[in-house]
Design a binder for this molecule. Structure first.
Ligand code: PBG
Length: 325
């Protein structure tokens, strides 16, 4: 066993042979495109920290969706920015909120699309935390759960296909599952942001979602980047509480976690290539330091190779023409 009998380069000798024997493929059908809907806007507005991405007023949301749909993208993840914020994030629970407005339009225009909604309070609270706060500023985990459940139900009623809680409160999957079931949506799946790390790579997103914490940080509920075993506990809990899809977020710095998730669970595993991952590639490419198309494809192939079944990426419509349907 070994050289000269074995020469791995034989299978690399031309592009067709490399394609034939390649291990990992990217498919447009595995990609999810995030969209920002902002009630404070009258026109679609570029996000400075995310070159190529924009926030959209609810009435305009059909436009970016149509472009992506035209490129073959069939799954969208909606983030809402409400006009008014308060301590409890009550705009999130109003039956007519920024996300339900966008859902209504998208449901009508793209009946066969998969419409996914982010469920979290941080864009709706005036303090910017993902849960409600006690008088002394502590996150009240259990008091947050029914608020998340009600938020999810408004999305379900407006036509969401998949609910994606990103708040990292303990017990949220169970609470949201119970509220959905009680409201007649036992058929609606949940994609849990299970292994969600307290990451610096969310920076550009927070500009778009206006969701930075006004005081403190998210380390009391999002995970420590150095923790691997804890991610497995989080995923097991969410799975046991009824999550249908488990997510790891961010993606590229956490490929080992994606692989662990793939090995341990049989349900679909999602990975979120977050805003900072996106903007780093854009910025380096804009400076001429890396080949943009190659870097985008390599990052996505690596996430797939690690074990992700579906990838949430801001590059979705852009990469679609470069890969297989
Ligand atoms: C809301 C939420 C965040 C992201 C997705 N949902 C921000 C955060 O937790 O601070 C980040 C997405 C991205 O960076 O692309 N909790």
């Amino acid at each position: 066993m070994g050289f000269p009998t074995h020469r791995p380069r034989r299978l690399r000798s031309n592009p067709a042979l490399r394609r034939l024997t390649g291990e990992t493929r990217l498919h447009v059908s595995d990609l999810v495109f995030p969209l920002f809907v902002d009630e404070n806007l009258n026109v679609s507005t570029p996000i400075q920290a995310m070159p190529g991405q924009s926030s959209h007023p609810p009435a305009e949301i059909g436009r970016p969706a149509a472009v992506a749909f035209g490129a073959g993208i069939r799954a969208f993840l909606l983030f809402g920015v409400p006009r008014t914020k308060d301590a409890e994030g009550s705009a999130a629970r109003h039956p007519e909120n920024v996300v339900t407005k966008a859902l209504t339009i998208l449901r009508r225009e793209f009946p066969e699309a998969v419409l996914i909604t982010d469920v979290c309070l941080c864009a709706y609270t005036n303090h910017g935390h993902c849960g409600v706060l006690s008088a002394n500023g502590e996150i009240m985990n259990d008091a947050t759960l029914p608020l998340l459940g009600q938020m999810a139900v408004t999305h379900a009623q407006a036509g969401a296909d998949l609910i994606a809680p990103s708040d990292m409160m303990d017990g949220r999957i169970q609470a949201i599952r119970a509220d959905l079931d009680r409201s007649g949506f036992s058929h609606l799946p949940i994609m849990a942001y299970s292994a969600k790390y307290a990451s610096s790579f969310y920076g550009p997103f927070r500009e778009a979602a206006h969701s930075s914490p006004q005081a403190g940080d998210r380390k009391g509920y999002q995970m420590d980047p150095g923790n691997r075993r804890e991610a497995l506990i989080e995923m097991q809990l969410d799975h046991d509480e009824g999550a249908d899809i488990l997510m790891v977020k961010p993606a590229l710095p956490y490929l080992d976690i994606i692989r662990e998730a793939r090995n341990r669970f049989s349900c679909p595993i999602a990975a979120y290539q977050v805003s900072g991952e996106y903007s780093m590639i854009r910025a380096a490419a804009a400076n001429g330091w890396i080949d943009e198309q190659a870097a985008i494809l390599e990052s996505l192939v690596a996430i797939r190779r690690a074990g992700a079944d579906l990838i949430i990426t801001y590059f979705a419509p852009e990469v679609a023409p470069w890969i297989t349907p």
